[in-house]
Design a protein around this ligand. Sequence first.
Ligand SMILES: Nc1ncnc2c1ncn2[C@@H]1O[C@H](COP(=O)(O)OP(=O)(O)OP(=O)(O)O)[C@@H](O)[C@H]1O
Ligand SMILES: [Mg+2]
Length: 346
Amino acid sequence: MVKIFRGDEFIDRDNEIEFLKNKFKSLPSRILWIYGPKSTGKTTLIEYIVENELLKDKSLNVKYINFRGKMIGSYDTFIDSILEEKNEESETELNRSYNLGMFKLEAKTLKKYKENKINLFDYLINEFKGKKNILIIDEIQVLENIYIDKEKLLLNEFLNLCVRLTKELHLSHIVILTSNTIFLEQIYNNAKLKNTSEFRLIKHLDYKTIEEWLKIKNFKENEIKLIYEYLGGDIARIKKLIDNLQYSKSLEEYLKFEAIMARSEIKLFIEQSKLYEKKEEMKKLNFIMDEIIKNNLFDNNKFDGYLDIISKLCEIEILFYDPVVNITYPNSQIYKKAYELIKEKQ
Ligand SMILES: Nc1ncnc2c1ncn2[C@@H]1O[C@H](COP(=O)(O)OP(=O)(O)OP(=O)(O)O)[C@@H](O)[C@H]1O
Ligand SMILES: [Mg+2]
């Protein structure tokens, strides 16, 4: 259940790994969107699979592009971030895993792309022909609002390419990761993309898995319950707790402090957006959070007119909206506890 990945613990995700391995064995026919709340481990999961499964299979042509941290402000910088000059060094085995994100071209051809003389997307289709391809893109929302020329939006062209490579040509598996749910909602509401895509949610871990993991780490049953009450199955926050517990008086004190910090985030949002002046909006926020405190979720299927305020809270990563089932969750359980604190003072 606990594996080691990059010298650190890698917990569970067996079902997701199995699902992806099977997916890659099938004929590519749809874009696969992997989405989920902040820090549930989407990137870690995909990188685990790339390193432990895909790279070992020499028959696969794997490209993994993570746009996080890449400064893409124009079409030129996009080209620079995925195309690279071919040289002998880049062909070596050692470089196979380091060069995953780049397409390699002869210097002369690369120049033509930079001068916008050749259509990059036609090139990419050719590049994929005759191979078993897997293309993985993380943080794709970075490509939003960038134009190739006056008429063409980069993101649209790129997603058109993805549809061609999957549904029409069956040439490459395409996996796209995002935790930006506002962005995902737009994709989901675009009929063409919805019909050519499938969506897989990566949630925080369930109680049983957290319990198993924390028992190995010598936590007692009542401590595990308390941790889950505050942090849910948020691996990143639980790892932080394990690293920092020694600096706290007690487990309870640590968790309460985390809730106070999360409360500050919500309060800051109310302050900065001057929400307190907008009675209707404040009422809506209170209602959403009441539902979350009661049911652990807010069911948008039951209540209309809440998506605007939910979008704002998704932007600052306090809430997570799942467009596939039309339900809103806290991004992490700690925001539910934080709102309980806010209510205590009301
Ligand atoms: N299965 C796992 N086992 C152990 N640690 C994990 C696991 N998944 C994620 N983590 C840890 O949690 C943190 C967040 O993971 P990661 O960045 O992969 O999440 P993400 O869903 O891609 O986040 P974002 O929403 O910001 O893109 C990392 O520090 C990572 O090491
Ligand atoms: Mg990520």
